[in-house]
Design a protein. Structure first.
Length: 73
């Protein structure tokens, strides 16, 4: 029998991956929003947040949770 326990990510691994992803996205100057399959914004980088704020977007979360496809229609 093969031990597959090392193939499963722990919650600590998930948290570290999320931090690395966030830091990587925030290091980019391009505005980035990550959408799910339905077009809902699930994450944005710092450049997106700055752009949203400088253009009068009043949400504290820079659009996370909104459907980007509906907003742009």
């Amino acid at each position: 029998m093969t031990d597959s326990s090392s193939l499963c990510a722990s919650p600590a691994d998930d948290a570290a991956s999320a931090l690395i992803l966030g830091a990587t996205l925030d290091s980019l100057v391009t505005q980035i929003a990550i959408l799910d399959a339905q077009g809902v914004i699930i994450a944005v980088n710092a450049a997106w947040g700055r752009f949203a704020q400088s253009n009068g977007f009043d949400s504290h979360n820079a659009g996370v949770g909104l459907n980007y496809l509906d907003v742009c229609a």
